[in-house]
Design a protein around this ligand. Structure first.
Ligand SMILES: *[C@@H]1O[C@H](CO)[C@@H](O)[C@H](O)[C@H]1NC(C)=O
Ligand SMILES: *[C@@H]1O[C@H](CO)[C@@H](O)[C@H](O)[C@H]1NC(C)=O
Ligand SMILES: *[C@@H]1O[C@H](CO)[C@@H](O)[C@H](O)[C@H]1NC(C)=O
Ligand SMILES: *[C@@H]1O[C@H](CO)[C@@H](O)[C@H](O)[C@H]1NC(C)=O
Ligand SMILES: *[C@@H]1O[C@H](CO)[C@@H](O)[C@H](O)[C@H]1NC(C)=O
Length: 465
C-alpha cells in the first residue's frame, strides 16, 4: 500500500508521502540454489528488519539499528520511494481524485532517477556502517518495485529487479538476477542452530488487487513448497513485504484499506496449508508496508501459532507524517478498529498496540537455553522497545497428531478472522464516524439557520426604518 491508499480512503490531509571484510567477518549464507551451509557457518542470533525508508529524508534510525548490533539486516520493501506522486486534486486540469479523475496519482521514474535514489540510501552514513558490520538481504514492495500498489502488469519490472539486485550487492553471476522476480532463500548458522530466511516476491507475479487471482505465481509457489519441505532448520523466517495475518481492510472498510494477503483469501489459505502440510517447525512471518508496527498471530492456520511481526517504517509512519491533530485521530482510529489477530501485551507503548512512528524490528535467539527462546521486538528511533513477543522454539512445533498444547493461563486463541467478527464490531468505526459527521452537519445547519434568521431580522428592521 499503502500509506497512499490509506490516506486516500481516510481522505485525511497527510502531509508527506506525503565485501571483502564482510566476507571475513560475517556469517556467510548459502544461497538456497546451491543449498546447505558449511559446518563452520557462524551462529546467528541477532537479526534486525525494517521497511519503508524515504531516501530523501534523514534516516536517524540506523544509529539504533547499529546499537542493536545485528548479524543480519532484512529489507522488507519500500527500501526507496522510486515512484512519484502528483498532488491530490478534486478540481482543475489534472484531477487525481474522485470519480471524475483524469490522471493517475502515481507515476514511475526513469532508470537513472531510480539509481540516483538508491545511491542516496547507500550513502547514508548509518546504513553504510551497517553494510560493513552485518550481512544485508531483502525484497521489495510496491514503491521500489516501481509503482504504488503495482503487480505483475508493471512493465518496468525487469529493470527495477536489476536495480534492487545492485542495491543488495547480489553477485553479477547470481541466478537470482536471471529469474523472474526477486525471491530467494538463505540458511545461516551451524547444525542445530540453523535459521532459514525465505524472502518472497509479492509483486512480480501478483494479479490485480481485487482479482482474487495469484499472489506469488506458479513458479514461486513451487519453489516455496520445495523450500518449506526441504531440510529442516530450527527457525524459518518468511519475509513478505505486505501483512500476512492482519486484514485491516475487513474492519476498516470502507475507510481503511491495506494491501495484504487477506485480499487474496484463497492464496492465504494455500500459504497456511502449505506450512501445515510441510510439517515444518519454527515458521513465522515478518512484514512491512503499512507505516505502522503491529504483532499479529493466527492460531488456527497450522498446528502451531503463526506470528506475523510487522515493522513499518524506518522513516515513513502514519503519525509522524501527519499534523498533530491528525496523528491523534489516527491513534484513536487504531484504537477503534478491532483486530482479532493483533497480539496485545502490557509492554505496548500505546493501548492499541499499534505503533505508528518510525520503527524497526529485532529478533534475538537465545541458543544457550533449552529449548531456545526467541524474542521479537519493535523498537523506536532510539532503540527502545514499543512492543514485543517472546516464545520458546518448542511452542512452534509441528506435531504428527493434532492435539492441544499446554498454554499458560490467559493465552487467548486467535482463530476468528476479522471478517467473521460481529457486524457491530466490524462497522464500529464507520458507525462512529457517521454519527460524528451527522452531528457536525447538524451543528452547521443550526448555525446557518441562526445566521440566516439574524440577517432576515436585520433586513426587515432596515426596511421598517
Ligand atoms: C521524502 O522526503 C522528501 C523530503 O522531506 C519529501 O519531499 C517527499 O515527499 C518524501 N517522500 C515520501 C514518499 O514521503
Ligand atoms: C523479464 O525477465 C524475464 C525472466 O528473466 C523474461 O522471461 C521476460 O521476457 C523479461 N521481460 C521483458 C519485458 O523483458
Ligand atoms: C479480508 O477482508 C476483505 C474485506 O472485507 C475480505 O474480502 C477478505 O475475505 C478478508 N480476508 C480474509 C482472509 O479474511
Ligand atoms: C494440519 O494438518 C493436519 C494433518 O497433518 C490436520 O489434521 C490439521 O487439521 C491441519 N490443520 C490446519 C489448521 O489446517
Ligand atoms: C528519542 O530520544 C530523544 C532524546 O532523548 C527524545 O527527544 C525523543 O522523544 C525520543 N523519541 C522517541 C520516539 O521516544
Amino acid at each position: 500500500m499503502a500509506m497512499a491508499s490509506l490516506a486516500d480512503r481516510l481522505s485525511l490531509p497527510f502531509s508527506s508521502h506525503s565485501l571483502l571484510l564482510t566476507l571475513l567477518l560475517l556469517p556467510w549464507p548459502s544461497h538456497s540454489l546451491s543449498s546447505h551451509p558449511s559446518p563452520v557457518s557462524p551462529v546467528v542470533s541477532r537479526i534486525a528488519f525494517g521497511s519503508c525508508a524515504n531516501q530523501s529524508s534523514p534516516q536517524p534510525i540506523w544509529d539504533a539499528v547499529l546499537d542493536f548490533d545485528p548479524d543480519l539486516f532484512v529489507w522488507m520493501g519500500d527500501n526507496i520511494y522510486g515512484d512519484n506522486k502528483r498532488p491530490s486534486r478534486f478540481f482543475g486540469q489534472e484531477r487525481t481524485l474522485g470519480p471524475w479523475k483524469n490522471i493517475d496519482r502515481f507515476f514511475p521514474s526513469s532508470e537513472e532517477e531510480l539509481k540516483r535514489r538508491y545511491e542516496l540510501v547507500k550513502n547514508k552514513p548509518g546504513y553504510t556502517k551497517l553494510r560493513q558490520r552485518a550481512k544485508v538481504i531483502g525484497t521489495w514492495d510496491d514503491h521500489d518495485y516501481g509503482l504504488n500498489d503495482a503487480g505483475k502488469e508493471f512493465p518496468g519490472k525487469n529493470v527495477t529487479q536489476k536495480l534492487l539486485m545492485d542495491f543488495l550487492d547480489e553477485p553479477e553471476d547470481s541466478p537470482r538476477r536471471k529469474q523472474a522476480g526477486v525471491y530467494a532463500s538463505y540458511v545461516y548458522g551451524p547444525e542445530g542452530k540453523q535459521i532459514k530466511v525465505i524472502v518472497l516476491d509479492t509483486r512480480y507475479h501478483r494479479d490485480p488487487i481485487f482479482s482474487d487471482g495469484t499472489f506469488l505465481g506458479d513458479a514461486q509457489w513451487e519453489w516455496l513448497e520445495k523450500e518449506l519441505k526441504g531440510p529442516k532448520t530450527e527457525l524459518t523466517i518468511i519475509v513478505s513485504s505486505v501483512q500476512v495475518i492482519s486484514n485491516l481492510s475487513a474492519t476498516g472498510n470502507p475507510l481503511l484499506f491495506t494491501e495484504c494477503w487477506g485480499n487474496f483469501p484463497k492464496e492465504r489459505e494455500r500459504l497456511f496449508k502449505l506450512i501445515n502440510d510441510s510439517k515444518r517447525s519454527g515458521v513465522f512471518f515478518i512484514s512491512g508496508d503499512v507505516h505502522f508496527g503491529e504483532i499479529a498471530r493466527y492460531d488456527c492456520g497450522s498446528q502451531y501459532p503463526i506470528y506475523d511481526i510487522t515493522s513499518s517504517g524506518l522513516t515513513q509512519s502514519l503519525e509522524e507524517d501527519s499534523t498533530p491533530p491528525v496523528a491523534f485521530l489516527i491513534r484513536a482510529i487504531f484504537w477503534m478498529v478491532p483486530s482479532t489477530m493483533r497480539v496485545f501485551s502490557a509492554n505496548c507503548r500505546h493501548k492499541s498496540c499499534i505503533y505508528a512512528r518510525p520503527n524497526f524490528g529485532t529478533i534475538e535467539v537465545n541458543w544457550d537455553v533449552s529449548p531456545p527462546r526467541v524474542k521479537i521486538e519493535l523498537r523506536d528511533v532510539n532503540g527502545s522497545s514499543v512492543n514485543e513477543v517472546s516464545f520458546l522454539l518448542s511452542e512452534l512445533q509441528a506435531r504428527e497428531v493434532a492435539g492441544t498444547e499446554e498454554r499458560e493461563s490467559g493465552y487467548q486463541q486467535h482463530c476468528t478472522l476479522e471478517r467473521e467478527s460481529s457486524c457491530f464490531l466490524r462497522k464500529r468505526l464507520t458507525l462512529i464516524l457517521w454519527v460524528v459527521a451527522t452531528v457536525l452537519l447538524g451543528i452547521i445547519f443550526l448555525l446557518l439557520r441562526a445566521i440566516l434568521s439574524a440577517l432576515d431580522r436585520l433586513f426587515r428592521k432596515n426596511k421598517i426604518d
